[in-house]
Design a protein around this ligand. Structure first.
Ligand SMILES: Nc1nc2c(ncn2[C@@H]2O[C@H](COP(=O)(O)OP(=O)(O)OP(=O)(O)O)[C@@H](O)[C@H]2O)c(=O)[nH]1
Ligand SMILES: [Mg+2]
Length: 385
């Protein structure tokens, strides 16, 4: 299936910064657009396609953190925004929540995109804790509206990246880190739907993954090089703050794993990679796997990982996993990765859980109490003084 063109739309200051970074690093991602109330900032962003919104509402300035103004600015400029969708198969709306333009205008942009018949994915960051409770509350409210307007939403809580930056780093460095992480993830998402696959994944898998996942879609991208690249990549997944040190993988309802390597990539490496990550996941995870060869990746191995997290209200999964089932699941994954260059998808049977295979999760009133309480309740540990 040809997944077709994707239109990336950065809305507001942070969203545009992420796309500008994407453009600076990889000039090859086409169809970028920037939308803002702030005309001066829009002029400087380096993205060719720009839509200034709300000339009357905000007089060419930012909203000063007022999402209602951002919403009105977008509504005022619907005619200009509607030029963004012709010939587009799907769109990816990127906003950093916490201010007024991204948070207020992104729901309108998502709505227009969907009304144009385009499948619409929103990618939103949530503010760092150091930005204060007001911004966080505002961001949460805007996120609710974006969820109602888009087909699927990937949320990247900036705070998850905090330990990568270090508490002593200046705030600007923290935002640069977000720009780097999110632009890498966006490019890998774009590649996912444009690449030629050995084992195929595409937009249909992405849509299937996103279906019914109102709460939590997590995206991460990794790249390693060297002789030990499979083990290194698995270690990166385990240690990733974005994946909460592997917790997002081990609790995922669905996982999409798309690997890219150079012509030197062997099927055994692909097999070991998918097994290594599959072993971290639950036995009933819905797994979509893909692998591609790209001459650009000579000596390197890349992985795009998309996870749907289990909602707290979902019933606990049936605990599967006697040795016989695992063996047949392992055989299945081996067969798919080693022999058939076609869609690799596993549903209920998946690889075993290694040395934890005989352990059952502990459920109490429908909750997996092996997961720490602060995680189950969605409480983020604050480093604010
Ligand atoms: N990735 C990234 N995020 C940023 C950057 N600067 C600020 N942010 C984040 O973006 C959030 C929203 O701020 P802005 O993007 O300036 O808000 P806006 O959408 O432009 O809206 P207004 O300026 O209030 O009209 C902040 O709370 C930060 O979390 C940046 O350079 N890069
Ligand atoms: Mg701004």
């Amino acid at each position: 299936m040809n997944s077709g063109r994707v239109r990336f739309v950065g809305v507001g200051g942070g969203g545009i910064r992420i796309l500008s970074r994407l453009y600076e690093r990889w000039r090859d991602v086409p169809d970028l657009a920037a939308v803002h109330t702030n005309a001066a900032l829009l002029e400087r962003c380096g993205i060719e396609r720009r839509v200034a919104i709300g000339a009357t509402t905000t007089d060419g300035l930012s909203t000063g953190g007022d999402p209602e103004l951002g919403r009105r600015a977008a509504e005022e400029s619907i005619a200009d925004l509607s030029g963004l969708w012709p010939d587009v198969r799907w769109s990816c709306v990127v906003a950093a929540l916490g201010g007024g333009t991204g948070g207020g205008a992104a729901p309108v942009v998502c709505r227009l995109s969907r009304e144009a018949g385009v499948w619409t994915l929103a990618i939103c960051t949530l503010p760092f804790f150091f930005e204060g409770a007001g911004r966080r509350r505002r961001a949460e409210e805007c996120l609710r509206r974006i969820r109602a307007a888009a087909d699927a939403v990937i949320v990247i809580p900036n705070q998850r990246l905090f330990e990568w930056v270090g508490a002593e780093a200046p705030a600007t460095r923290a935002f640069e880190m977000v720009d780097d992480v999110v632009s890498t993830a966006l490019r890998s998402l774009w590649r996912l739907t444009t690449q030629r696959w050995l084992i195929h994944v595409d937009l249909a898998d992405l849509r299937r993954m996103a279906r019914g996942a109102e709460s939590a879609l997590t995206l991460a991208a990794f790249e390693v090089a060297g002789d030990n690249r499979v083990a290194d990549l698995i270690a990166r997944v385990r240690e990733s703050p974005l994946l909460e040190q592997g917790h997002v993988v081990s609790s995922a309802r669905g996982l999409l794993l798309a690997a890219v390597g150079g012509p030197d990539l062997t099927l055994s490496e692909v097999d070991r990679l998918f097994h290594g990550i599959g072993d971290m996941a639950r036995s009933d995870v819905e797994l979509h796997i893909g692998a591609a060869i790209d001459p650009e990746y000579e000596g390197r191995l890349g992985l795009t990982l998309l996870a749907t997290e289990r909602l707290p209200s979902e019933p606990p999964p049936a605990v599967a996993g006697d040795a016989a089932t695992e063996t047949s699941a392992e055989q299945k994954i081996k067969k798919e990765t080693a022999q058939t260059p076609v869609q690799g998808r596993l549903s209920l049977e998946t690889p075993g859980k290694g040395r934890f295979k005989d352990m059952e999760p502990t459920y109490f009133e429908g909750e997996d109490i092996d997961v720490p309480a602060f995680m189950r309740q969605g409480i983020r540990l604050s480093r604010e003084p």
